[in-house]
Write a protein that binds this ligand. Structure first.
Ligand code: FE2
Length: 314
């Protein structure tokens, strides 16, 4: 059995690398390496790179990198009929990968052994004085207005017209499990869902891969974790000040509970900042939820679910 630990990176085609760099630096990523026709971006954690912008005429997803615990697990994955052999990764940090094509034709890179990097210091999370618990005494809240300081890539949300086959594939190939399932009218026929990793055997993000129903397969958005709620709001204000195009937020989701905001990158791909997401224990029983305009957010600007899925601004 292959059980992924977490998502590690995404690679996206970008027609204008300079403009992509301008956006992602304002978004809170840092340039780790400029290679031949691609730029690697990192967050502040020890992960070598979490976003790869590849010079390409066409914009859009090229691969989703998922981390596994051992070379043995990669060798096991290489036995799947849709898998490449184990390959060396020709990028800084090295490591090995096996490329798998999902039922919707998306490339999943299972990776192991990419060398970590030294984390980059960032401000501590803010301490909140709650009504019944005052923990900040004689100190002020003065988070700076700056890019939102991404720590890591946290999840990837996909659109699919074929949820069941993709869900079976995630479960059987990557060892992932559903945290919550979405239905539209008939609870026995789920049309989407949120999946967590089981590889650590410990508390893990409520979702690392999500599927939403659609007419055709696509990446809906990729989401990066930031330090806290003030990083989220100040990062939002910073991106507005730079003239980048928002999609939605700031708000708080229901399934996963993340505080979120969504942005269009210069090529029109959607990226999200999040903080304060739920954790689940691997293998926790999924709940069923009807898709509706009220199913997306506990609070935040109103946005109909159809507009969210179509990535249309109201
Ligand atoms: Fe998300």
């Amino acid at each position: 059995m292959v059980e992924v630990l977490d998502v590690q990176y995404v690679a996206f085609g970008q027609p204008d690398l300079a403009r992509a760099e301008a956006f992602f630096v304002d978004f809170g990523l840092l340039v780790q390496h400029r290679g031949d026709g691609e730029i690697l971006f990192r967050g502040h954690s020890d992960i070598q790179y979490c976003y790869v912008a590849v010079k390409s005429e066409r914009s859009g997803p090229l691969a989703i990198g998922m981390r596994v615990a051992s070379l043995t697990m990669l060798e096991r994955a290489a036995q799947y009929p849709e898998a490449s052999p184990v390959e060396e990764i020709d990028r800084p940090g090295g490591g090995y990968r096996v490329r798998l094509s999902s039922p919707d034709g998306l490339l999943f890179d299972l990776v192991h052994g990419v060398a970590p990097v030294e984390p980059i210091p960032m401000r501590d999370p803010l301490v909140f004085n709650q009504a019944v618990r005052k923990e900040r005494k004689g100190d002020w809240q003065r988070a700076p207005m700056e890019p939102a300081g991404v720590l890591r890539l946290g999840h990837v949300a996909l659109l699919t017209a074929n949820f069941r086959e993709n869900a079976d594939w995630l479960t059987s190939r990557l060892g992932m499990r559903a945290s919550d399932l979405l239905f539209d009218g008939d609870p026995s026929n789920p049309v989407g869902g949120f999946f967590h990793c089981t590889g650590t055997g410990d508390w893990t993000d409520h979702h690392t891969i999500a599927f939403f129903p659609a007419d055709a397969a696509a990446v809906h958005h990729v989401s990066f974790e930031v330090q806290d709620v003030d990083a989220q709001f100040l990062g939002n204000k910073y991106l507005v000040s730079k003239g980048w195009r928002p999609l939605w937020g700031v708000g708080r989701h229901i399934l996963g509970s993340q505080i979120f905001d969504y942005w269009f990158d210069p090529a029109g791909n959607v990226v999200e900042h999040f903080t304060d997401g739920d954790l689940v224990k691997p293998g926790a029983q999924p709940s069923l939820h009807q898709v509706s305009d009220d199913s997306l957010a506990q609070w935040g600007p109103p946005l109909p679910v159809a507009n969210f899925l179509d990535r249309r601004v109201v």
